[in-house]
Design a protein around this ligand. Structure first.
Ligand code: SN0
Length: 321
């Protein structure tokens, strides 16, 4: 593996999921692999699980880790390219161009992880993934997606591992349900989840209010059912997430508490498990009863972030030995 930005970078999803599960049983088996290698983790946005699990995974592989909170500690980075005859004139707030910044970080690091959320203003701009394109172009080393404008693949891989571990049927029914939130959140987690479930042996159903359809290229062949209670029937896994509208880009069209996940709704499933990437707003998106009850997998799911990150970093390290 060179970069880890989208599932297109993964040659064998089954093998990667298995690698995560095997790693969990023996986390320090590859401690020599990352010796004298450095990963730099760049955060343009907040993080708890991604930062800690990726750092831990890198350390389990013997790597050194350096972390830069770009938005707080570094120069504002200009991402836009000029055009011939129309150069970018850097006379605004951003002091450094990604062209130099990525190249310099690539001198210090063997692998670079980047987190940069959707800005939710301009759909074409967000979906063009300019930040990742620029780092890929100028860093000269493998890039790992720690959540981009449209994807969160390390989360999705952890979700695949979690479903593989907890499934009780060969082909479980997995329901991605939209949950209410007063803030506009990116579509990245939901997009990625659909994209990765497309590579798993599951029946994927997506449920959300009208106006919240995901981009077709991410939704794939998943079935959309606008009636949440109907969608939940017989579910083995209920994956909750809020996202803002893709069609009315970045807008909160609905904030209806009737979409919140409750124990009564979970009763419609086939003894289904509840999953969420976290952070989660209690009693806004999901009730205490679900989160604190026996059906919640959110902690197990977060724990698997470490093994997902380690499986990915191992593949990348094997490619740069
Ligand atoms: C992010 C998102 O993409 O939805 C990160 C999830 C891993 N979530 C949030 O920004 C939640 C913020 C909030 O205020 O609830």
């Amino acid at each position: 593996m060179n970069h880890f930005i989208s599932p297109a970078d993964v040659t064998d999803l089954n093998q990667l999921v298995t690698s995560g599960i095997v790693t969990k049983r023996n986390p320090f088996a590859d401690q020599e692999l990352g010796k004298n290698k450095t990963i730099g983790l760049l955060f343009f946005n907040s993080s708890l699980r991604t930062r800690l699990s990726t750092q831990k995974a890198a350390q389990n592989l013997g790597m050194n880790v350096i972390i830069l909170n770009v938005s707080q500690d570094s120069w504002g980075l200009e991402m836009e390219e000029g055009e011939p005859g129309n150069p970018i004139i850097m006379n605004g707030a951003k002091a450094e161009h990604v062209k130099e910044a990525a190249a310099v970080i690539g001198q210090y690091c063997d692998v670079i992880g980047v987190r940069s959320f959707a800005k939710l203003q301009d759909r074409d701009k967000d979906y063009s993934e300019l930040v990742f394109e620029q780092f890929r172009k100028y860093a000269g080393v493998p890039i790992v997606n720690l959540e981009s404008a449209t994807r969160h693949p390390l989360q999705s891989l952890a979700d695949c591992i979690t479903i593989e571990e907890f499934k009780v049927k060969a082909r479980p029914k997995v329901v991605l349900t939209w949950l209410p939130h007063f803030k506009a959140l990116p579509q990245a987690v939901a997009n990625s989840f659909c994209e990765w479930m497309g590579g798993m042996d599951v029946e994927l159903v997506v449920t959300h209010p009208v106006g919240y359809d995901l981009a077709p290229e991410f939704l794939g062949s998943a079935e959309v059912i606008y009636d949440q209670e109907k969608a939940l029937e017989g579910a083995d896994f209920v994956y909750g997430k809020n996202w803002s509208s893709y069609t009315n880009y970045g807008q909160v069209l609905v904030n209806d508490p009737a979409w919140m996940m409750t124990e009564e709704k979970m009763d419609r499933t086939d003894n289904g498990k509840f999953m969420h990437c976290l952070p989660v707003r209690r009693n806004v998106k999901v009730t205490d009863g679900v989160l604190d009850g026996p059906r919640s997998l959110v902690i197990e799911q977060a724990a698997n972030r470490e093994w997902a990150a380690q499986a990915v970093l191992k593949e990348i390290l094997l490619g740069i030995q």
